[in-house]
Design a protein around this ligand. Sequence first.
Ligand code: VG1
Ligand code: CO
Length: 543
Amino acid sequence: MTIQIIQTQPFSDQKPGTSGLRKRVSVFQQPDYLQNFVQSIFNIIAAPSGATLVLGGDGRYYNREAIQIILKMAAANGFGRVLVGQGGILSTPAASCVIRKYQTFGGIILSASHNPGGRDGDFGIKFNTSNGGPAPEKITDAIFACSKTISQYRILEAADIPLDATGTHTLGDMQVEVIDPVADYADLMAALFDFNAIRDLLQSGFRMKFDAMHAVAGPYAREILVNRLGAPAHSVMNATPLPDFGGGHPDPNLTYAHELVEILYSENAPDFGAASDGDGDRNMILGKRFFVTPSDSLAVLAANARLAPGYADGLAGIARSMPTSAAADRVAEELGIPCFETPTGWKFFGNLMDAGKVTLCGEESFGTGSDHVREKDGLWAVLFWLNILAIKRQSVETLMKRHWVRFGRNVYSRHDYEGLPAEAASGVMQHLRARFSSLPDTVFGSYTVKTCDDFSYTDPIDASVSTAQGIRILFTDGSRIVFRLSGTGTDGATLRIYLEAYEPDPSNHHLDAQEALAELISIAMQLSELKERTGRDTPTVIT
Ligand code: VG1
Ligand code: CO
């Protein structure tokens, strides 16, 4: 086995977005494309010789080929050991768990998360540091800079490693350990939650359905919900990870998880429904004919955290991304703990968790998690909800409505416009920025603009600054509209419009969010000139 040094030409488009580098599979399949990016990672992280790397992905098309390439490159770049999930599988939160548990140097996760997979779908790659979390911007920026000038990469000439059974192999001077992708993660969940109480709940006639959306969470859900907690096998659906996710869009929301939504809104609906995304880090929570917004879910978990053994001592603090509703802020205030507002993307939570300033984190994009790992965690959120329901013995709807009576309701919705021409989308953002100085004090129907800005964040731990993280229009009554361009799409531009209004009056809490937000929605259209600039006035996805 010899180390080859391959001469290569740089690509100009390897800039990581909100969560790693995401491109069409065909882009990744170009000669040297993956290799250049992986070598750029290795050049920047400069792992000490003999270091351990974690490697796995969500099982999508090209996962296996990419793993073989990365293994051979890791061996040629001086790693001593790679822990790789059996079959090439590791959910994003499980990868984070394994990186931390075995105190490794970091990990490479292969996933384009909620983006569709398959030959014509998307592929993605990201690097997580030794704390288990996504590399911060200063590292991803350096990787991008390296990718623009790279001229060679190192790879071992060797046969492929069999990935389908656990066991240890050697690759040059490096060991490859093919590990059970589920066990460490399942053990961590058992340490955080009251499995006995959840088991009792599941035996009391309470019925649930978990939709793995043909993606990576299936094996985890089967092991935890069925094998360890005794739920009937049919409680977990679409549980085998498929390279093309069954042709679906593995994004757990009301639009793409429609199969589950139909079940939860049917005559004989189960009591609880949940789904997760391609790489298992997102979650959607449903009750019987009831949808819990991710922002509300974070607030409910925070308010009831002490019911779970892992959080019985209370929370140090909460963090949420800027576009996430302020529902969690109200809980933090009552608990007397700090609440931080960060830019979109899980990488901004890591410093706060490492410094012990926050325990729970959440994003409106169906992401919730805690300091048990350094990624958002879909099944963790599901188990947290089950733990709370097992103690409270209330329906999801009752629990949520009582929460609103206590804290008021932050009525919330996000409207996504996908596949916009990039120029028209950035035109909308520029137009909004141009209006900043004239907007304050302007009256729109029953709303008056208080301030507007482009969100900028200074990390309280390392003082790094991230600018242009989304346009905020704040109204005098605390309502707001946020405009942001997605950093995970691979096809044109996606504009996200986030809408939030506070409703303290319980007699209005039954209202449908679209109804309650109708006036703000029309103000958003008016302010942005979306229709005029893009020809579109109907969102692709409403959550
Ligand atoms: C989206 C979400 C963001 C999330 C990111 C990664 O980013 O809005 O909250 O952290 O996806 O999630 P964007 O830039 O498209 O809005 V995952 O589950 O795709 O890794
Ligand atoms: Co994801």
